[in-house]
Write a protein that binds this ligand. Structure first.
Ligand code: GLC
Length: 609
């Protein structure tokens, strides 16, 4: 998540002071079933509007933390290449890579200084070509991160733009000449003073940056900028890239008159949420339609929008296939649950309410009941680890609750986005001091609170649960030094539980979290009911159990998830279970005629009549 520091208001959440998690909107624009062998399976007969990206599971790799091969402590493309067989063995279809382009890394690659090159620390274009080839040879698709709301202040465009008011690149960015006085407030996530404008003495003007000052916003209202971006997208598609995850894409269009917007306006018109204002630029959908026409429609690719500022009411504007914009988007309602209001990403000490969790995911399912297609995720590089945030990482529950969350993610309608490391149950590292953090968001928020004389210890305690770096620690491959991630000094500390929580150990154990993930993924793939089937929530007021059915062509499955530490009965209320559980995260199951008795964090899927 990314927070707008000064107004103490997250871009992506209604919660003041909360960081923005990443939201994605993905758009796909083709019907080509190539690459999905199940597309022609008779079990899928009669399903309208099938697409490969609807039937796929996406595995997100944070390249910086995946596998280092040159000992500099930073993951690299050769590292990804060396682990492609592992990724393939999971059973996933698509890999989403966080940005790997040239970048000074103010925000770990989300500040791009060259869209057409590979970040030095990660390798070379030859490495990229070999990586893509290796993926395609294994039947894996590659989705890259497209970060075009902003670039880096070290991008040549910006260097030119700031050099003089008459430079041809001046209008590639948004400038406010200081003769006009101070520009009207816009939020700047990641800035200690919270402002989205920065004064540049070179031309005596301010430039706009919705994130850090190192990330100036591109001026999408300038057709030359759009052309540059579309050409760059084509370059990657011509190389064979299979899609883009589009970073904060709802923010690209701006009202360039920059009217005064007050907090009162935001409260009244945008539900108190600045990001909703930022996502309502005047030409947003024109730009996306143009992008579709000029680029996306010409390739067999998929698109996913980070749905920052989108709501249930606006989402369809991005993903309605008749509008020819994008394919999918991810919302922030789920990951925003459970934070205290008016504080920066502080969890409610009572945790989150399962009834609210169920309502959010059920309501979002209904958004796409008629058309469009949803997504489902519980973690990514902007979020803490799902096990800590949504499950229970205490030793006695970590295994069961990891598996339960995997069961949820892979049994919902919508394309699942699964974050690397969750398949082995990695959990939050819970840093105790600010010096351990590397993330600009945590560091600058700390400085802001320090400047305001706020409670720093309280902030640090909250970050143990919510900070983005919790989800960015190096991948735990084995029990050797640094979890087998690097022979050097890792850029971010490794979680010390790597000696027991690692891939090598879990490969050997048929009941491991890792092997459960593979099993669950196989179950989703085996039958379209878990992909396309109608979702119906059962027993919505049950505070501990999340239960639902999925139904398709006369076949019905019942999913039972006990989100609590207690043993609980779930009344079947006439539902008839046929046979043993199709999947079970325990070795035992207790069913009688009218109830299933669930162990703590037990997850079960049954076929029902
Ligand atoms: C998105 C990214 C996040 C990044 C921000 C600015 O939210 O997911 O990691 O910091 O945009 O680019």
């Amino acid at each position: 998540m990314i927070a707008f520091l000064r107004p103490l208001q997250s871009r992506y959440m209604k919660i003041p002071l909360a960081l923005l998690p990443a939201v994605f909107l993905l758009a796909a624009c083709n019907n080509n079933p190539a690459g999905n062998k199940e597309m022609n399976d008779s079990k899928y007969a009669g399903i309208p509007d099938r697409k490969w990206w609807k039937e796929a599971v996406v595995y997100q790799v944070y390249p910086r933390s995946f596998k280092d091969t040159d000992g500099n402590g930073i993951g690299d493309l050769k590292g990804i290449i060396s682990k492609l067989d592992y990724i393939k063995s999971l059973g996933i279809d698509i890999i989403w890579l966080n940005p790997i382009y040239g970048s000074p890394n103010a925000d770990n690659g989300y500040d791009i200084s060259d869209y057409r090159s590979i970040m030095k620390e990660f390798g070379t274009m030859d490495d990229f070509d070999a990586m893509l080839k290796g993926m395609h040879e294994r039947g894996l698709k590659l989705v890259m991160d497209l970060v075009v709301n902003h670039c880096s202040d070290e991008h040549e465009w910006f260097k030119q733009s700031r050099s003089s008011r008459s430079n041809p690149y001046r209008n590639y960015f948004h400038w406010w000449p200081s003769e006009k006085g101070k520009p009207p407030f816009r939020p700047g996530s990641f800035e200690v003073d919270g402002s989205g404008w920065r004064y540049d003495s070179l031309t005596n003007a301010y430039y706009l940056h919705y994130f850090s000052y190192k990330q100036p916003d591109l001026n999408w209202e300038n057709p030359a900028v759009r052309k540059e971006i579309f050409d760059m997208m084509k370059m990657w598609f011509d190389k064979g890239v299979d899609g883009f995850r589009m970073d904060v894409i709802p923010f690209i269009s701006k009202d360039t008159t920059f009217p005064v917007i007050t907090q009162k306006d935001i409260n009244e018109k945008y539900n108190g949420d600045w990001s909703q204002y930022l996502a309502s630029g005047p030409y947003l959908h024109d730009h996306l339609q143009e992008m579709n026409k000029e680029v996306l429609s010409k390739y067999d690719v998929m698109t996913l929008a980070e749905g920052a500022g989108t709501t249930k009411a606006t989402m369809m504007n991005f993903v309605d296939p008749d509008r020819h914009e994008l394919n999918m988007a991810y919302h922030f309602d789920g990951v925003s649950l459970g934070y205290l209001p008016n504080e920066f990403k502080q969890m409610d000490p009572n945790g989150y309410k399962l009834t609210e969790f169920k309502k959010i995911y059920s309501d979002w399912d209904s958004v796409f009941a008629g058309k469009g297609w949803g997504t489902i995720y519980l973690g990514n590089h902007d979020q803490p680890r799902m096990l800590t945030r949504w499950g229970n990482d205490a030793p006695e529950y970590r295994e069961a609750s990891s598996k339960l969350l995997t069961t949820f993610l892979l049994s919902m309608r919508g394309t699942p986005y699964y974050y690397f490391g969750d398949e082995i149950g990695m959990n939050n590292i819970r840093f105790g001091k600010i010096e351990d953090y590397r993330d600009i968001e945590s560091i600058n928020m700390y400085k802001q609170i320090e400047k305001q004389g706020g409670d720093l210890q309280h902030f640090l305690n909250g970050q143990k649960i919510s900070a983005r770096d919790n989800g960015r620690t190096p991948f735990q491959w084995d029990a050797s030094a640094n979890a087998g991630f690097t022979t050097g000094t890792p850029w971010l500390k490794v979680n010390q539980n790597y000696t027991t929580v690692n891939v090598a150990a879990q490969e050997k154990d048929p009941n491991s979290i890792l092997n459960y993930f593979r099993k669950m993924l196989k179950l989703r793939k085996e039958d379209p009911v878990l992909i396309y089937g109608k979702y119906t929530l059962l027993d919505k007021n049950n505070p501990d159990i999340y239960a639902y059915t999925r139904e398709l062509n006369g076949k019905k499955m019942l999913v039972l998830l006990n989100f609590s530490k207690e043993k609980i009965d779930f009344a079947l209320n006439g539902l008839k279970i046929s046979g043993k559980a199709l999947i079970n995260n325990y070795t035992t199951e207790e069913v009688n005629n009218d109830a299933v008795n669930l162990q703590p964090y037990q997850s079960l899927i049954y076929e029902t009549e």
